[in-house]
Ligand binder design. Structure first.
Ligand code: CU
Length: 370
């Protein structure tokens, strides 16, 4: 071996050792940090329903980590016009809990907090997530604790989330109001069955809630002094599968009158409808579902021009309607007993110019000859 060969061999050996070291360093560093750690972080300000956080229909830029914070509330709420008081559990003080919006490929990083003054164990199961009972297995917190969970949004659609502490606590917490929804949009937005983009000008989020309030021997709704007092009585009513209240946004009439939803002629509005426990049949009196994803999957082409659609319990659905006429519409669960007697209805007040071509009263109600 010449001196030149010897030198060349040493150089090659040094290069190989260097390369192997670099590769090892690369694998060690990539094993340490997750993909999500390298992404930009945005904080999403959650808002109370029926409003939704500010968002773009089509994603801007690449995937992000979306940080949200929710606090568990245990409190007494008035749930109807008769002043019935019921102890509820809620995410961020509202029933339903706030809507979280992200795009496919984003990560949701939730900080869940349970203040010391609470009495029960809580957690959260995101139907949109993958693994550990939807995160439920990793988020059990006692009063005075907080937990942080990060999950990747892989499926486009609208999905519910709810508390699921285990056993009979699961339905008990859900029918006390501890549920909400997540919307995961496709990065390139919504499409019709021909691949054309679908847009909406605003979105409203309606959480439908069934309550099971015990009555006393005179048929009056019972109130309980201490947090755990009503459990066995509520469980008895739950076993009948017959709710005493079915409401939107936590109380009878919560989205009516001065709190009615608002729109104007020519505006496209998305209605997100979530029900964590019980089947429902959304319907817009005076309008239609122009585009409907009844079970919430944005991968499927929307159904069109529906009069009423079905959202199974444990799911959220989405509908988009462009208002063509002014006036007051009623958006309800078209089991009309649940809507008009138990409370599952909202009003939509729409401003704009009436279109005689679509509808015209040809004669006012007038007396008829005998
Ligand atoms: Cu809970």
């Amino acid at each position: 071996m010449t001196k030149k060969d010897y030198l060349l061999r040493n150089i090659i050996a040094v290069l190989i050792i260097g390369l192997v070291t670099l590769l090892m360093l690369f694998f060690i560093s990539s094993a340490k940090s997750d993909e999500a750690d390298k992404l930009p972080v945005v904080v999403q300000e959650l808002v109370n329903p029926p409003f939704v956080p500010k968002h773009n229909i089509v994603a801007k830029g690449g995937p992000k980590v979306i940080k949200v914070r929710m606090t568990v509330t245990e409190k007494v709420l008035t749930i109807d016009d008769e002043g019935t008081k019921f102890r509820v559990f809620a995410f961020n003080d509202s029933i339903p809990g706030p809507l979280i919006v992200a795009h496919v490929g984003d990560y949701i990083e939730l900080t869940l907090v349970s203040p010391k003054k609470n009495n029960f164990e809580h957690n959260i199961d995101f139907h949109a997530s993958t693994g550990a009972l939807g995160g439920g297995g990793l988020t059990h917190i006692l009063p005075g604790e907080a937990v942080i969970l990060r999950w990747k949004a892989t499926k486009p659609g609208v999905f519910v989330y709810h508390c699921a502490p285990g056993g009979s606590m699961v339905p008990w917490h859900v029918v006390k109001g501890m549920n909400g929804a997540v919307m995961i949009l496709p990065r390139d937005g919504l499409k019709d069955r021909n691949g054309n983009p679908i847009k909406y000008d605003k979105a409203y989020y309606i959480g439908e809630q069934d309550f099971y309030v015990p009555k006393d021997e005179y048929g009056r709704y019972k109130e309980y002094l201490h947090p755990g007092d009503g459990f066995s009585d509520v469980l008895k009513v739950m076993r009948t599968l017959t709710p005493t209240h079915v409401v939107f946004n936590g109380a009878v009439g919560a989205l009516e009158g001065k709190n009615a939803l608002k729109s104007k002629v020519g505006e496209s509005v998305m209605f997100i409808h979530a029900q964590s426990n019980r089947d429902t049949r959304p319907h817009l009196i005076g309008g239609h579902g122009d585009y409907v994803w009844p079970n919430g999957s944005f991968n499927d082409p929307p159904r069109t021009n529906l009069e009423t659609w079905f959202v199974p319990g444990g799911a959220a659905g989405a509908m988009i309607y462009k208002f063509r006429q002014p006036g007051t519409y009623v958006y309800l669960n078209h089991n009309l007993i649940e809507a008009f007697i138990l409370g599952a209805k909202a009003e939509v007040k729409v401003t704009g110019k009436w279109n005689d071509d679509l509808m015209k009263q040809m004669m006012e109600p007038s007396k008829i000859a005998d």
